[in-house]
Design a protein around this ligand. Structure first.
Ligand SMILES: Cc1cc2nc3c(=O)[nH]c(=O)nc-3n(C[C@H](O)[C@H](O)[C@H](O)COP(=O)(O)O)c2cc1C
Length: 315
């Protein structure tokens, strides 16, 4: 592979400084295992509707893996279901991330279990707080990114600001979907890149087929940040943490008018999800979605990110 090692990727025994982001309902054990086998660090993601039994099931895919892997949890889900954290720690991931929560006691527990810790931050203040709390690796998650996150600062600006102020390794996240973007953040000093959207439509992911096709059809300008789905589902996401996803009829109708979402709209949403109708149902994606042009294997995506396959050759 053409990508440079970084001190962090070497210490983690990676061949490429690429981490697949934990993505609830998308990044199961099969995706994580494929990324780790391809030389990156694959993360199993447990999202807003995660349960301990779902985590146990996905861990089955990494049971015999002879490569490091990680697990990513959501802070407020751990608060509501503490067994998620216990189960994650028992699996001995090389990296444990908990994002979007105020309780930092998980950091000490992860260290006691021998896991390195990471959390996603959206601004410099959040980065400094996380370092004070003892987090080993920061994920500087820029506003371009897919899924939940505070859309505060753009990826490259955020990375540069944080690198200037902290000593810990910093992974760059948000909108990174090409060899050029990856090379840029590594040149800026990132310890690696944390990519969600680039891996979401991979053959090994849990994403339903219709959602893969929606991602393939979408351009960089087709995403929005919204709370509309969180309000409809009744998830306790804080108001300042919307999600970036593909714009569709539901977001056109309800974004900014969340307090008007009624029972009929919620029923229609559940029906659309059951039918895999992504004109209404949500598909999380960042602005790098324009680089997703086919359902590919993880190995192919990593080869393209590493510059081994040129984008034009794989179309
Ligand atoms: C489909 C999807 C689901 C996601 N689910 C989660 C999640 O469950 N937990 C989490 O910490 N981050 C989640 N994220 C956010 C990622 O951790 C990361 O911040 C983001 O993917 C980076 O931006 P990118 O998608 O442009 O690469 C998700 C992102 C996507 C695209």
């Amino acid at each position: 592979m053409d990508l440079p090692d970084t001190p962090w990727s070497e210490a983690m025994r990676l061949e490429v400084p690429v981490v697949s982001a934990p993505m609830g309902g998308v990044a199961g054990g099969a995706l994580a295992a494929a990324v780790s086998r391809a030389g990156g660090l694959g993360m199993i993601g447990m999202g807003s509707s995660a349960t301990t039994s779902m985590l146990r099931e996905q861990l089955g895919h990494v049971g015999g893996l002879d490569r490091p892997f990680g697990i990513g949890l959501i802070g407020w889900r751990v608060r509501d279901e503490p067994a998620l954290l216990t189960t994650a720690l028992e699996a001995r991931p090389a990296l444990l991330s908990v994002s979007f929560g105020d309780d930092v006691t998980w950091i000490g527990r992860a260290h006691d279990a021998g896991c390195e810790t990471a959390t996603q931050v959206a601004d410099l203040e959040g980065a400094l707080r996380a370092v004070d709390a003892g987090v080993d690796v920061l994920v500087a998650r820029g506003a371009e990114g897919g899924g939940h996150g505070r859309p505060r600062v753009a990826t490259l600006t955020l990375l540069a600001q944080i690198l200037d102020r902290v000593e810990v390794p910093v992974l760059s996240a948000g909108g990174i979907g090409s060899a050029r973007a990856l090379a840029a953040v590594l040149a800026a000093g990132a310890a690696g890149a944390w990519l969600g959207t680039a891996f979401a439509a991979c053959r090994e992911s849990l994403l339903p087929d219709g959602a893969r096709q929606a991602m393939i059809a979408a351009h960089a300008t087709d995403t929005v940040t919204t709370r509309a789905f969180d309000v409809a589902f009744g998830y306790p996401w804080p108001a300042h943490t919307p999600e970036r996803l593909l714009r569709n009829a539901f977001t056109d109708r309800w974004d900014g008018r969340e307090e008007e979402i009624d029972g009929a709209a919620v029923d229609a949403l559940h029906t659309a999800i059951a039918r895999q109708d992504y004109r209404v149902a949500p598909v999380n994606a960042g602005q790098g979605v324009g680089e997703v042009t086919a359902v590919e294997s993880v190995a192919t995506v990593i080869a393209r990110l590493a510059g081994v396959i040129h984008p034009a050759d794989s179309r």
